[in-house]
Design a protein around this ligand. Structure first.
Ligand code: FAD
Ligand code: PHB
Length: 397
């Protein structure tokens, strides 16, 4: 079997790349180790930057996002018991964010893939990559009980943080590969609740008990988080205790609080920052979480995956259309510029809004001053807004 681009992983990065390549008339085969329902049901991101929404539109997969997603022109930052509005659109020349679950993004992309008739194989196992330093790299895997080999022009490693592509890159590059890593001494306990939103914008809260985030998925479902120790066992938290803690952190002096309802899903996520550099080795190119992880506080993970794909898809298109390789050669360097800015922003949001063990009252006052400065200075607020809606990127392809 031969394809132009062999894509490993059918999360947002792999599916977006498959769609972009299809629009450009480039063949791909997507290989996914899980089954379709598992990939759809994972409760993860909820916020799309303006440019991610524009990118989906440009690929013809944005219709449902505009029908069912929620465009938010504002976000709140809450501390000292008060919510402060950050008017995102007003500060960024009309840019906004879209609240639309990753589950929905993935569903739209899977349907689009199905409509193209191009291959997407689920439940593949024993995936490995070979000959990445030649112009015929290969992917070996098992599917439906038999061993397969896919000969490719290129391999796109879109297999997330725990995939096989980054280790393959590491062993191919040896000392030439660098990995930057930071773990945080906290995690997020997240819930999906059958309760209609009580706010028309997300609320990032800094409370003396720690961080909390109010988000949503639809007119009926809310998504809430609060900071816990990284190794917290979700079984230690009854639904009643979770609501008590959510309300304790989120309720403001004007009486605003989340609506309470049955909890549909609950889990704990660890937080880390991670960057692999470079993002390619020979003809293996990484995109999305396979190459970098951000703590969720900046809502950047899925958006960075989309930004990588835009650059990588453009580079493949240039290769096939013009037989040129300069965009492929520059891919890692260009992608990493945005990655590091998103790392900085996500780290800054995390360290400003969380309580860390070992901090003292000085640190708490410093964090409050940071937040007070943000909401009191148009320049500081604009800086937050332009990072939050997403730094400029040209989505034309
Ligand atoms: P993944 O979604 O991890 O997809 C990789 C795929 O590869 C998976 O389907 C996996 O099964 C498959 N795979 C793995 N190994 C193999 C293999 N060997 N062979 C074949 N397939 C393989 N981001 C935002 O932008 N905004 C947010 O609001 C946001 N909130 C978040 C909240 C939480 C709680 C979490 C955990 C994450 C959040 N993120 C957010 C981050 C976002 O979910 C990820 O950045 C995004 O899923 C990355 O997409 P990806 O396709 O690169 O990787
Ligand atoms: C979410 O809705 O899941 C969400 C929103 C904003 C974040 C992280 C997660 O920063």
């Amino acid at each position: 079997m031969h394809t132009q681009v062999g894509i490993i992983g059918a999360g947002p990065a792999g599916l977006l790349l498959g769609q972009m390549l299809h629009v450009k008339g480039i063949d791909s085969v997507i290989l996914e180790s899980r089954n379709q329902d598992y990939v759809i049901d994972r409760v993860r991101a909820g916020v799309l930057e303006q440019s991610t929404a524009d990118f989906m539109d440009a690929m013809g997969v944005g219709d449902r996002l505009h029908r069912e997603g929620m465009r938010h022109e504002d976000v709140y930052v809450s501390f000292g018991g008060r919510r402060h509005l950050i008017p995102l659109a007003e500060l960024t020349g009309g840019k906004a964010i879209y609240v639309y679950g990753q589950n929905e993004v993935v569903k739209d992309l899977m349907n689009a893939r199905l409509a193209t008739g191009r291959p997407l194989h689920y439940e593949v196992s024993d995936v490995s990559v070979h000959d990445i330093n030649t112009d015929q790299p290969r992917i070996r895997y098992r599917h439906n009980g038999s061993d397969q080999e896919l000969i490719c022009d290129f391999i796109a490693g879109c297999d997330g943080f725990h995939g096989i592509c980054r280790p393959a890159l590491a062993s191919a590059l040896g000392d030439a590969a660098k990995f930057y890593d930071r773990t945080y001494p906290c995690g997020w306990l997240g819930i999906l609740a059958d309760a209609p939103p009580s706010s028309d914008a997300l609320v990032y809260t800094y409370h003396e008990r720690g961080f909390a985030l109010y988000s949503m998925r639809s007119q009926k479902i809310t998504r809430l988080y609060f900071q816990v120790p990284p190794d917290e066992d979700i079984r230690d938290w009854s639904d009643e205790a979770i609501w008590e803690e959510m309300l304790a952190r989120m309720t403001t002096v004007d009486g605003w609080k989340p609506n309470v309802g049955p909890i549909l899903n609950k889990n704990v996520t660890a937080m880390r920052s991670f960057v692999a550099e470079p993002m390619n080795a020979g003809r293996l190119f990484l995109a999305g979480d396979a190459a970098h992880i951000v703590p969720p506080t900046g809502a950047k993970g899925l958006n960075l995956a989309a930004a990588d794909v835009l650059l990588l898809g453009r580079a493949f298109a240039q290769f096939y259309r013009e037989s040129k390789t300069d965009l492929l050669a520059r891919y890692s360097c260009e992608a990493l510029k945005r990655v590091w800015k998103a790392q900085r922003f996500s780290w800054w949001m995390t360290q400003t809004l969380h309580k860390f063990p070992g901090e003292n009252p000085f640190d708490y006052q410093r964090q409050l001053a940071d937040l007070d400065y943000i909401v009191g200075s148009k320049a500081a607020m604009t800086s937050l807004a332009e990072n939050y809606v997403g730094l400029p990127i040209d989505v034309a392809f």
